[in-house]
Ligand binder design. Sequence first.
Ligand code: TA6
Length: 284
Amino acid sequence: MPTKPSIETIDFNGLEALRLNGPNGCSAVISKLGGQVLSWVTPDGRERLFLSDWAVFDGSVAIRGGIPVCFPQFSDLGDLPKHGILRTREWTIGEQRCGDDFALVTMHISDDEDTRDLWPFPFRAEITLMLEADRIDVEFCVENTGGETFAFTGALHSYLRLVQVEDAALEGLYGCDYRDAANDNEVTRESGTELRLEGETDRVYRTVKRPLSLQAGNHSLTIQNQGFPDVVVWNPWIERCAQLADMPPDDWRNMLCVEAAAVEEAISVIPGEEWYGRQTLVVA
Ligand code: TA6
């Protein structure tokens, strides 16, 4: 008898989190800290998201791994803390719903005095995580609850788990221009049908319209982004990984960030309006 999808509250390394148990033994975990997805296990028992063994879970820094939510600033492209203000804040649990073949939760967060000290705009942000047998769907919604238009950059900064990044090939970026943050921000047009990593990689691919396909060893993943115009591909490789206090020196090999992002042009949201963006990861 297949078990029915369910949702339970769990302690995850000292964090309050929800575990979604989906059809055919798949599962996912999302923590209140950061509204961050931290685990996704597919029916074959494989963990699909990278989470550093040295990740810090006390909120003093962002959790290294899973799917951090970057908002309202991507990276250090402005005066705010790197990747914005939501990664180290506590989110609130919203809806929890299960059907025969899915489990879904939402978490939300709004501005408060602390966020307005850093970024003056009233907002409400929501993450929806939906788990099905072969996929997760992560939707980010931001509502302008104030009286002035604001503009933001951001990302769903997904850390995908790999056995060996050198074996990975990412398809779907051919013909897109990218800004290479690991190479003086030079802008280049992608000329390869598949991207294979051979060193530190930190690229913002602009206006990517096609779904991406990641082939890695004997497994493959389709990555579909909606709403977010750009795709960021990041791997710190050996030297930069060694500089990261919350990542074991060899772990660069076991991860690749393929992010749904809005970086090159800020997105404006007028008062009372909402903006949605989504990343869907599907196992093939
Ligand atoms: O998305 C790529 C990036 O902006 C890289 O430049 C790299 O620094 C990474 O994010 C991780 O940032 P973090 O603040 O989590 O160390």
